[in-house]
Design a protein around this ligand. Structure first.
Ligand code: ADP
Ligand code: TZD
Ligand code: MG
Length: 569
């Protein structure tokens, strides 16, 4: 007997849940409220893990990084207008970073919204989302839920991944239809991110350039980390013998201690390479757009770029060998084309890079071992560097200015996708959302290294971390402010704009929610507390007291600040 013969009905709530489950979307990150409160309850009852946040932006960031880590779109669920807008920052950030996610937002009645009659939380959400994401859809009829969710998944994952907005008006949830017809209407997405094979000519063009290069360099970006072609990428690097530079989130694709890593010789490598192969990395501001004083003289460097998005080619400078394809297929084709007798690059080049790396690492080493009180960035991060070496499966989340820049260069990463950070926009606020999703999606311990300002953007989510009892250890690098805690105001009673309450006790916030709070003033204390947190798996926040004078304005990107002709103050 079929369900329809029983006259059984289903509704919008259950069709969305069934469509998600059919497509292995088993976690929802969100904030409840009208019209999605019951939806969250029903999803939970149906076996979907529902992680409720305190603010939608962090739920959205969690969904985005879940997408990055799993190649399945992370799902964020928000209420109408204000909840939707709170989630939108994360959707835009996901799109900018090429992370697949779906922001599902409830919305108010179409008839009232479109006549602007003032509904509860009225807003034309679809129109607002459109320019900020990769695709935006609205489902009006229960029988379209299956296809609507399939379109959202495909749009998020295929080609260059990105954020998708899915608008579900309140009325949709209550719509009913015959249960069997409903089940029939669901779509399991087959091959959501189809392989995109590079053309043999493009592969040959790239290899021909690499072959004759005297000073080749490979740059690995977070697209390469996302692609989960870890073994093939390692083989490509090792077989080619070419030095490589990992972009921030590509660190660990090969261990940062790998003999071919040019990480500690970045300036030399970028300036002197004659041929640069980009794998899943854009020539945006993070690479000085491929020109200017970071790079060699114009015309002296040739670029090979591997990317799934054809429009990325020639975005900033000429790409001599564009290879459009997915990284997994393309790296396989390159390995194939290299054959058995690939000659390593001239030892003069690889030796020069190696020498520079060793000199720089040796110069840094003693600074990392200081046990100064209050701590400077080097002492504190030196302690965390050892911990990450001993616990390479730990996922490092990192944001701030000095806290970000120093941690990026000091802390080695040993496994792929173990470093999650502020990404393409350099956005503050990803910290706790990323930490929650990293723990939920991988079950691995998370170490979040946060500037005190950066932490503040998502700090309330430590309650979420405690509520779900996640193995997250947050270290707040507390230097009393943005960049440093020393600015003064010479004309009034307010403190300077970059300065916070002195000696705040962020550790006590964690205690308020039942987590472990630790106040650490030395690298030894910090080290002990982090090890304890990672051993116990208990939600922990360590307030690490950092010398207020240790940082610099904007960390390492101070040169991007505009200058006044009149001068400061
Ligand atoms: P980074 O900031 O690490 O330099 P970007 O975010 O600038 O990295 O670049 C990532 C690039 O990777 C994007 O241009 C994106 O289109 C590309 N990309 C993402 N996934 C894949 C994939 N599976 N195959 C090929 N390219 C990809
Ligand atoms: N708002 C958002 C969303 N993103 C931003 N990047 C900024 C503001 C500006 N900003 C930075 O670029 S870094 C930073 C801000 C506010 C905080 C730096 O202070 P911190 O780190 O305490 O986090 P350090 O270690 O004191 O430098
Ligand atoms: Mg600070």
């Amino acid at each position: 007997m079929t369900t329809s013969e029983t006259g059984a009905l289903t509704d919008g709530f259950h069709l969305v849940i069934d469509a998600m489950k059919l497509n292995d979307l088993n976690t929802i990150y969100g904030v409840p409220g009208i019209p999605i409160t019951d939806f969250g309850r029903m999803a939970q009852a149906a076996g979907i893990r529902v992680i409720s946040f305190r603010h939608e932006q962090h739920a959205g960031n969690a969904a985005a990084i879940a997408g990055y880590l799993t190649q399945k779109p992370g799902v964020c669920l928000t209420v109408s207008a204000p909840g939707f807008l709170n989630g939108l920052t994360a959707l835009a950030n996901a799109t900018t970073n090429c992370f697949p996610m779906i922001l599902i937002s409830g919305s108010s009645e179409r008839e009232i919204v479109d006549l602007q009659q003032g509904d509860y939380e009225e807003m034309d959400q679809l129109a607002i989302a459109k320019p900020l994401c990769k695709a935006a859809f609205r489902i009006l009829h229960a029988e379209d839920i299956g296809i609507g969710i399939a379109r959202a998944i495909r749009a998020a994952c295929s080609g260059r991944p990105g954020g998708v907005y899915l608008d579900l008006p309140a009325k949709l949830f209550g719509q009913t239809m015959d249960a069997a017809a409903g089940a029939q209407s669901l779509v399991k997405v087959i091959d959501p991110a189809p392989a995109q094979l590079p053309s043999p000519e493009a592969v040959k063009r790239g290899l021909d350039l690499l072959k004759v290069a005297k000073k080749p360099l490979i740059i690995l970006g977070k697209g390469a980390a996302y692609a989960q072609a870890d073994e093939a990428i390692r083989e490509l690097i090792e077989k080619s013998g070419i030095p490589y530079l990992p972009m921030s989130m590509a660190k660990g694709l090969l261990p940062d201690t790998h003999p071919q890593s040019a990480g500690a010789a970045r300036s030399l490598a970028l300036k002197q390479a004659d041929t640069v192969m980009l794998i899943g990395a854009r020539l945006n501001w993070l690479l000085s757009h491929g020109k200017g004083k970071t790079w060699g003289a114009p015309g002296t460097q040739k670029f090979i770029q591997i990317d799934i998005d054809p429009k990325e080619m020639d975005s900033n400078i000429e790409i001599a060998a564009p290879i459009v394809g997915d990284i997994k297929s393309t790296v396989a084709a390159l390995l194939d084309g290299m054959g058995a007798n690939w000659a390593a690059p001239p030892a003069e080049w690889t030796g020069a890079i190696r020498e520079k790396v060793e000199t720089n690492v040796a110069r840094m080493a003693p600074r990392l071992q200081n046990n100064n009180v209050p701590m400077d960035f080097h002492g504190a991060l030196g302690a965390l560097k050892i911990i990450m070496k001993e616990r390479p499966e730990t996922i490092l989340v990192n944001e701030g200015a000095n806290t970000l820049d120093f941690a990026r260069s000091i802390i080695d990463i040993y496994q792929p996708r173990k470093r999650l950070d502020v990404g393409t926009w350099g956005v503050m606020g990803i910290g706790m959302g990323f930490a929650v999703a990293a723990a939920v999606e991988t079950g691995k311990p998370v170490l979040a290294v946060e500037g005190d300002s950066a932490f503040g953007f998502s700090g309330m989510e430590i309650e979420t971390i405690c509520r779900y009892n996640l193995p997250v250890c947050v270290v707040v690098f507390n230097n009393n402010g943005i960049y440093r805690g020393t600015d003064t105001n010479e004309v009034g009673d307010d403190v300077a704009p970059t300065v916070f309450v002195k000696d705040s006790r962020y550790d006590k916030m964690m205690e308020a929610f039942g987590g472990v709070g630790v106040y650490a003033t030395s690298p030894d204390e910090l080290s002990r507390a982090v090890n304890e947190a990672l051993d116990s798996g208990k939600p922990t926040l360590i307030n690490a007291v950092i010398d207020v004078n240790a940082g610099t304005e904007s960390g390492r990107i101070g040169s991007l600040n505009p200058q006044s002709v009149v001068g400061k103050k």
